[in-house]
Ligand binder design. Structure first.
Ligand code: UD1
Length: 418
C-alpha cells in the first residue's frame, strides 16, 4: 500500500490548475443510463471513484470509451444487467444512484444499499421515499433495494433534509417520469446545477436547480450530449488552504469564486489575502492565522468536504476555534491524527475545540477517509520534520496526482510504494 511522505515547513508558491469536479462527474456519468444515445463528458477527473463508476457502467452493459485523460464517451443503448452489487456500492456510495435511472429505463432494478462508512450512517430513506412517491414499489431484501414500476409519474416531493444524493437521484428519475415533479427543500450545491445542466443538454426539462424548489417536466426520452463538467470546488478549496497553512502564495486557476464564497470569507477572517480574478483565486498567506469559528451547512453554507482541511489550518492559529459539523455525525476522525502531530483539539459531540499551538510536528499518521487524508497532508506541509500518511487509497478516490501538484508548488512530498 502506498504512503505519502512529506518534509514540511516550505512555503508553497506558484500556480495550480483545478481538475473537473468529482462529485459533479459521478452523477453526470450515471445520467448516461437515462439515454440510449451516445454521451460525451469532458473535464472528468481521472480519479479512482470515476474509474469505479465507468466499470460499473460497463458491468451494466454500457459501452465506455476513454477519450484521452479527461473525456469519456458512453453509450448505454442496451443494458445487460439491472443490478449493482454490494462489493461495488460499499466502496463508493454514489453508485447507489444507479437504482433510479435503471428503474426509469427498464421498470425494475436491484441495487445494494450502502450501509455506513467512516463518517456516519449515510441513510437512503429520502431516496427511497421519493421513488415511492413517483409510483415505484421498493422493497429492502437481504441488503438490496429492489424497485419496480410499470410507469413512473411526477410527484410533489419534500425532502426533510436537502440531501445532495437524494436531490440528484430524484431529479434524474423525474426527467423520464410522466408529468411534473417538484423537489422541495432540495439541495442547492453547484453539483446539482451541473447535473441539471447535463440533463437539460440531453433534452430534460428542469427549472430551479440551485434553488429550494426544482421543477421537472418529464419527457418521453433523453438524447445524447457533449457536456463539460464544472471545476472541483473542493480540490480548489484544498489548494487555497494549502497556501494559507504554509504562508505561501498560490494561484488556483479554474477555481470559481462564487462556489467558494464561505471558504474565501473564512480565509479572509483568518488574516489571509485572497484575490479573486477572472481565471481563478490567488491566496497569499502572511503571518500567523487567526482563529475562526466554522459551522458546516448545506450549500451555500461552509462545505463539510472542506472541514478537515480548515481544521488542519486552524491547529496553528492564534486562539481557539470552534468547528461544528452539522452534516455528518462522525466526521472528526482526523482530530486524533492531528493531535498526534501536536495539535490541541478536543471533541464534544459535533463540535471540535481547536486551541492553536505555535507549531505542528511531523509524525506517522493514518488516513481514515478522503478529506481527512488530505487534511493530514496539509498539516504535514506546515509541520517541520517528516510526516508519513498511510492508507492513501482514500486520497486517490478524489484527488488527481496531488503529490505531483504540491511538489510543483515547491513541497517536499513523495509517494512511496511499500
Ligand atoms: C454528497 C457528496 C459528499 C458531501 C455530501 C454533503 C458526492 C458523491 N458526495 O454526499 O462529498 O460530503 O454530499 O455535501 O457528491 N441523509 C438522510 N437520508 C438520506 C440521504 C441523506 O438522512 O436519504 C443525510 C445523511 O445522513 C447526511 C446528510 O443527509 O447526514 C447529507 O447527506 P447527503 O447530502 O445525501 O450526502 P451525499 O449525497 O451522500
Amino acid at each position: 500500500m502506498d504512503k505519502i511522505v512529506i518534509r514540511g515547513g516550505t512555503r508553497l508558491r506558484g500556480r495550480v490548475d483545478v481538475e473537473g469536479s468529482k462529485n459533479a462527474a459521478l452523477p453526470i456519468l450515471l445520467a448516461s443510463l437515462l439515454s440510449a444515445e451516445e454521451c460525451i463528458f469532458r473535464n472528468v477527473p481521472n480519479v479512482v471513484d470515476v474509474r469505479t463508476t465507468l466499470r460499473l457502467l460497463e458491468g451494466l452493459g454500457a459501452e465506455v470509451e476513454r477519450l484521452g485523460d479527461s473525456a469519456v464517451r458512453i453509450r448505454a443503448e442496451r443494458l445487460a444487467r439491472l443490478e449493482a452489487q454490494y462489493e461495488l456500492v460499499k466502496t463508493m456510495r454514489a453508485s447507489f444512484l444507479v437504482l433510479g435511472p435503471l428503474l426509469a429505463r427498464h421498470g425494475h432494478a436491484r441495487v445494494s444499499t450502502p450501509g455506513g462508512c467512516a463518517i456516519g450512517g449515510r441513510p437512503i430513506n429520502l431516496h427511497l421515499e421519493g421513488l415511492e412517491r413517483m409510483g415505484a414499489r421498493v422493497e429492502l431484501v437481504e441488503g438490496y433495494a429492489q424497485a419496480e414500476a410499470e410507469e413512473l409519474h411526477g410527484a410533489r416531493i419534500y425532502l426533510d433534509f436537502p440531501s445532495v444524493g437524494a436531490t440528484e437521484h430524484l431529479m434524474m428519475v423525474a426527467t423520464l417520469a410522466k408529468g411534473q415533479t417538484t423537489i422541495e427543500h432540495a439541495a442547492r450545491e453547484p453539483e446539482i446545477v451541473d447535473l441539471a445542466g447535463a440533463l437539460i443538454s440531453m433534452g430534460a426539462q428542469i427549472r430551479g436547480a440551485g434553488e429550494d424548489v426544482i421543477t421537472i417536466d418529464g419527457v418521453e426520452r433523453l438524447h445524447g450530449t457533449d457536456y463539460t463538467v464544472i471545476p472541483d470546488r473542493i480540490e480548489a478549496g484544498t489548494f487555497l488552504v494549502a497556501a494559507a497553512i504554509t504562508g505561501g502564495d498560490i494561484d488556483v486557476v479554474g477555481a470559481i469564486p462564487t462556489h467558494l464564497d464561505p471558504v474565501i470569507l473564512k480565509l479572509r477572517e483568518m488574516g489571509v489575502d485572497v484575490r479573486e480574478h477572472d481565471h481563478g483565486v490567488r491566496v497569499i498567506g502572511n503571518g500567523r492565522l487567526h482563529a475562526v469559528d466554522i459551522k458546516t451547512m448545506p450549500y451555500p453554507g461552509f462545505p463539510t468536504d472542506l472541514q478537515a482541511q480548515m481544521m488542519a489550518a486552524l491547529c496553528t492559529a492564534d486562539g481557539q476555534s470552534v468547528i461544528s459539523e452539522t452534516i455528518f455525525e462522525n466526521r472528526f476522525m482526523h482530530v486524533y491524527e492531528l493531535n498526534r502531530m501536536g495539535a490541541d483539539i478536543k471533541v464534544e459531540g459535533n463540535r471540535a475545540f481547536v486551541s492553536g499551538v505555535a507549531q505542528l510536528g511531523g509524525a506517522p499518521v493514518m488516513a481514515t477517509d478522503l478529506r481527512a487524508s488530505v487534511s493530514l497532508i496539509l498539516a504535514g506541509l506546515a509541520a517541520p520534520g517528516t510526516t508519513e500518511v498511510s492508507r492513501v487509497y482514500h486520497l486517490d478516490r478524489g484527488y488527481v496526482r496531488i503529490e505531483e501538484k504540491l511538489s510543483a508548488l515547491g513541497a517536499d512530498i513523495a509517494r512511496v510504494r511499500e
